[in-house]
Design a protein around this ligand. Structure first.
Ligand SMILES: Cc1cc2nc3c(=O)[nH]c(=O)nc-3n(C[C@H](O)[C@H](O)[C@H](O)COP(=O)(O)OP(=O)(O)OC[C@H]3O[C@@H](n4cnc5c(N)ncnc54)[C@H](O)[C@@H]3O)c2cc1C
Length: 405
């Protein structure tokens, strides 16, 4: 079978690409989207947090009409938040204003696919890509033997372990430092007396999030996404991500109290790529384009990839259409996403590297550094900026670390 465009993976990146491409192509192109899941978008492997359109306009000023672009229909918003709290290992809390919301991400993802279908795109569920070679992809539908699909353009939107990226030689070798293992419960019946559903809470410390952070992201007045992240170079095999989450909900002084009478509705796990995006995200020879996690387009300081997948997917759709109608090249995709998001990715990566220097030691070390941060510094950090005092103090970090192990 031959199609003009094949989109592999229908999470936020693939679904955005498919929907926008189907809309602008207006049945001029044959477009197929495939996903290995029975119900793409579910289960929701995500904290579902999104900065508000105003915050996104600050974070990505080069995204055209960012306020409008990042505005979600009210029906996809489960809760609005207006603050982020950093909890240090020894219990200090630093708070800063930050507008955002928690999404009904699965419903939004599913509606993008329905809308792509109405615009003429085909969607194959339970269809797993087994192999990719140049512009051919082998897909097994519902476990059957693989069939070959050829496409003029192949979009790799198949997440952090992308087969398309590996099959097109765009993937860069990344070691374990560049991945966060995450696990999360959706917890309900949270004690509303102890809980502020407008507050995003982030927790630091070796026992609850070695090399990363743990979170409580409100979904409504008594339900939250409660999760932890772990990087193996920092956990050194001492603890698994499941044990870390168990520690977090049963032993963390603040969180164990918060969720004491709560019940676990569901549990998911996942992998978040936290390196810089790949340098090459287009292979012109095989007509391959990578979007979202498959290209590591993630804000690595916080592991956020929904808004960046939306931007990348939207740009991919525009450039693929221009390319197939003879008005542009596929490389335009790479130029445009870098123009709109690379500054944010680079700053976030710098912050993540800085955090590594701090978090590679004891909780006392993390505490010592966090004790020096004020609300305005945390505000800079959540806007992907390195606070001035951190820039000035940077040359001394290695000496401080000698004293505070
Ligand atoms: C627990 C967790 C919490 C997170 N919290 C947040 C948050 O609060 N805010 C935020 O912005 N980001 C968050 N992220 C990151 C965010 O979820 C990702 O960056 C985002 O989902 C990337 O979208 P994507 O479409 O590129 O990849 P994915 O969402 O991973 O989608 C990839 C799709 O490809 C499909 N697929 C994979 N392999 C194949 C194959 N071989 N054949 C066919 N289909 C395939 C999968 O089934 C999946 O549907 C979180 C991630 C995790 C794991």
């Amino acid at each position: 079978m031959k199609v003009d465009v094949l989109v592999v993976g229908l999470g936020p990146a693939g679904a955005t690409t498919l929907k926008k491409l189907a809309e602008i192509a207006d049945s001029e192109l044959s477009i197929l989207g495939v996903d290995k899941r029975e119900r793409p978008g579910f289960p929701v492997q995500c904290g579902e947090f999104m900065p508000s359109p105003e915050e996104m306009a600050l974070l990505t000023p080069n995204v055209p009409d960012a306020r409008h672009f990042f505005t979600f229909d009210q029906k996809y918003i489960s809760s609005r938040t207006n603050r982020i709290s950093f909890h240090s290992p020894l219990g200090k809390i630093i708070q800063t204003p930050f507008e955002g919301y928690t999404l009904h991400r699965g419903a939004w993802n599913e509606d993008l696919l329905k809308s792509a279908g109405r615009e003429g795109a085909k969607v194959w569920k339970e269809s797993r890509v087994i192999r990719k070679d140049n512009n051919s992809v082998w897909i097994s539908r519902e476990g059957s033997s693989p069939e070959c699909i050829q496409a003029q353009v192949i979009v790799g939107a198949d997440g952090a372990r992308s087969r398309v990226a590996r099959g097109s030689e765009l993937a860069e070798n990344r070691n374990s430092e560049h991945f966060v293992y995450v696990k999360q419960h959706v917890m309900t019946n949270i004690d509303s007396q102890k809980y502020d559903p407008t507050d995003i809470q982030m927790f630091f410390g070796r026992n609850y999030a070695p090399g990363a952070y743990a979170w409580v992201i409100p979904k409504n007045e008594n339900t939250a996404n409660v999760g932890v992240g772990l990087r193996t170079p920092m956990s050194k095999g001492r603890i698994t991500v499941s044990q870390t989450l168990e520690n977090f909900i049963t032993r963390h002084p603040h969180v164990s109290n918060l969720v004491k009478n709560a019940t676990i509705e569901s549990t998911i796990g996942g992998l978040v790529p936290v390196g810089l995006p790949f340098k090459r995200t287009v292979d012109e020879r095989s007509g391959t384009v990578l979007v979202g996690d498959s290209a590591c387009q993630v804000v690595s300081s916080v592991g956020g990839g929904i808004p960046t997948s939306m931007v990348a997917g939207s740009i991919a759709a525009d450039t693929i259409y221009s390319y197939l109608t003879g008005k542009g090249t596929l490389l335009d995709y790479q130029v445009l996403w870098k123009n709109q998001m690379m500054t944010m990715f680079t700053r976030a990566y710098k912050l993540r590297r800085l955090f590594d220097k701090i978090s590679s030691g004891s909780d006392e070390r993390v505490q010592w550094y966090l004790n020096r941060l004020r609300s305005s510094d945390v505000n800079a950090v959540v806007h992907c900026r390195v606070p001035l005092k951190v820039t000035l103090g940077f040359p001394f970090i290695k000496y401080i670390n000698l004293f505070i192990k």
